[in-house]
Design a protein around this ligand. Structure first.
Ligand code: FES
Ligand SMILES: [Fe+2]
Length: 425
C-alpha cells in the first residue's frame, strides 16, 4: 500500500510534477514510425505526458516533434501544410522547421518580420524498432539512445502495435510485472479452446503459486516467478522491468515459435496511456498470422488501426460473454491483453493505493514503486535516474522447466552477469 501522497507522487507526470520531471529524463515512445511514413505527409497529433504535440516528416525525411499550437495566435498546426521542409500554419502563414525555428512569416512585410524572436517548442527524436522515440528533458542531460535487443531486430522478425488504455500508466505497468495474475486471469478452462490464454496443461498453470525472486540492477530489475512442478521440477519464467515503464517477457507466436515480447506503458496524460506492444522472434521471421495478434487482442482484429482504440472497451464491458466465462476462459473476455485492459481500467482512472492489501506475491510491484520513488529523488537531487545508462541494451527473457533446486540464473539467464545484480530481494 502507498500513502495518498506517495501515490500522487509516482502516478502524476504532467509538466512540472516530480515524476513528470523524472520521466522526461528518458527516451519515450512517441508514435509508430509508420504513422508518418511519407515525407511531407499529414502531421499526426501526439499527446505525451500531458503535452499536446505534432509529429511530421519533412521533405528530406527528417522527423519533427513540435508543440501543437502556433506561437502567433495559437491556432492548431494540425491543420497546417507540411511543405518544403517545414510546417506552415494556415491561419497567417507562419512556417516552422523540425527544430521549431520560424523560417517564414507570410503576414508581415519583410522589413517588419521578427521570425528570429519566435520559436515553437521542438523535441529531439530518433527512430528505432518501428517507433519514433522522443526526449522531452533538458538538452544537456540527454541519455544514450534507446536500444533494446528488440529495437535492433530486423523488420521481418519484429512486430509493434499500440493501443489506448483508459487509466493511469502505472496501473498498466503494475499488471505487466505481476506474474501471479497471469496463469489465473488468462487461464483457459479447456484444452481445445482456440482463444488466447494459458491451457490447463501449460506448466505455467499446472505449477503451484509462484515464489518471486527480484534481482535489483541499475536499469530496474530482473525477476523470476518460480513455480514448483510436482516434487522434482520447477517452472521458471523471467521478466525485466526497465525504468521507467518497460516490460520484457517470454512469449510464443500464434505459430508456436518462441518469442521475446513486452510492453511500454507510455502516459498520454495522468488518466490515459498508450500501450506499445512488441514481439520479436530471435530465429524465424514472423508470419502474417502472427502479426494479427489474435490471442493477445492488440492487432487489427481487436484495435482500430487508425484511432488505436480497442473495439472491446469500458463502454461495452469488453464484450464479456458469460457463457464463455462459464465454460472456456476465466474472464469470458477475448484476448489476453484485452483482459488486462479490462481489469486495469476497472480499478478506476488512478487506483487508490492507500486501500490495497499487498502480499508476498506483490513483491515485484512493491520494488518497482520503490525504484520509481528513487528515480524521482535522484532527479530532484540533480543526479541521473537509474535506467538511463546502457546496461539494459542486451536483455532477454526466458521460460524453462528445470529440476527443482537447479541454479536457474546460470542455466536460464546467462546474459545477466553477476556484477549486474546489485541486490536480491
Ligand atoms: S495563428 Fe499561426 S500564423 Fe497566425
Ligand atoms: Fe496479464
Amino acid at each position: 500500500m502507498l500513502s495518498r501522497e506517495q501515490n500522487e507522487l509516482i502516478t502524476r507526470v504532467m509538466p512540472g510534477t516530480p515524476m513528470g520531471n523524472a520521466m522526461r529524463r528518458y527516451w519515450i515512445p512517441a508514435l509508430l514510425a509508420r504513422e508518418i511514413a511519407e515525407p511531407d505527409g499529414a502531421p499526426v497529433r501526439v499527446r505525451l505526458l500531458g503535452e499536446d504535440l505534432l509529429a511530421f516528416r519533412d521533405s528530406t525525411g527528417r522527423i519533427g516533434l513540435v508543440e501543437e499550437y502556433c506561437p502567433h495566435r495559437r491556432a492548431s498546426l494540425f491543420f497546417g501544410r507540411n511543405e518544403e521542409c517545414g510546417l506552415r500554419c494556415v491561419y497567417h502563414g507562419w512556417k516552422f522547421d523540425i527544430a521549431g525555428t520560424c523560417v517564414d512569416m507570410m503576414n508581415e512585410p519583410e522589413e517588419n518580420d521578427f521570425k528570429h524572436k519566435v520559436r515553437l517548442t521542438a523535441y529531439p527524436t530518433c527512430e528505432r524498432g518501428g517507433i519514433v522515440w522522443a526526449y522531452l528533458g533538458p538538452a544537456e542531460r540527454m541519455p544514450p539512445l534507446p536500444k533494446f535487443a528488440w529495437t535492433e531486430a530486423p523488420e521481418t522478425h519484429l512486430h509493434v502495435t499500440k493501443v489506448i488504455q483508459e487509466c493511469n500508466w502505472l496501473q498498466g505497468l503494475e499488471g505487466g510485472i505481476d506474474t501471479s495474475h497471469a496463469p489465473i486471469m488468462h487461464r483457459l478452462l479447456s484444452e481445445t479452446s482456440t482463444r488466447g490464454g494459458f491451457k490447463p496443461s501449460n506448466p505455467f498453470v499446472r505449477g503451484k503459486a509462484p515464489k518471486l525472486v527480484v534481482d535489483i540492477t541499475d536499469y530496474g530489475y530482473q525477476y523470476a516467478g518460480i513455480r514448483p512442478l510436482g516434487d522434482a521440477e520447477m517452472h521458471i519464467r523471467t521478466y525485466h522491468f526497465v525504468l521507467p515503464f518497460h516490460q520484457i517477457r517470454p512469449s510464443r507466436a500464434e505459430s508456436g515459435v518462441p518469442l521475446i515480447a513486452g510492453h511500454s506503458w507510455v502516459p498520454i496524460d495522468d488518466e490515459t496511456t498508450m500501450v506499445y506492444n512488441w514481439a520479436y522472434s530471435p530465429n524465424d521471421a514472423l508470419t502474417d498470422a502472427d502479426r494479427l495478434e489474435r490471442g493477445l487482442g492488440n492487432g487489427p482484429v481487436h484495435v482500430d488501426p487508425d484511432t488505436f482504440r480497442s473495439h472491446a472497451n469500458r463502454a461495452n464491458n469488453y464484450l464479456l460473454d458469460r457463457n464463455v466465462q462459464r465454460n472456456e476462459s476465466y474472464t469470458g473476455i477475448d484476448g489476453i491483453n484485452v483482459q488486462d485492459r479490462a481489469i486495469q481500467e476497472s480499478m478506476g482512472r488512478i487506483v487508490d493505493r492507500s486501500k490495497e492489501h499487498l502480499g508476498p506475491a506483490d513483491k515485484a510491484i512493491i520494488q518497482a514503486r520503490k525504484l520509481l520513488r528513487q528515480a524521482v529523488k535522484a532527479v530532484e537531487e540533480g543526479r541521473a535516474p537509474d535506467g538511463t545508462g546502457t546496461s539494459y541494451y542486451s536483455l532477454y527473457a526466458h521460460e524453462a522447466v528445470l529440476p527443482g533446486g537447479a541454479d536457474w540464473r546460470r542455466q536460464v539467464t546467462p546474459e545477466m552477469r553477476a556484477e549486474m545484480i546489485l541486490q536480491t530481494v
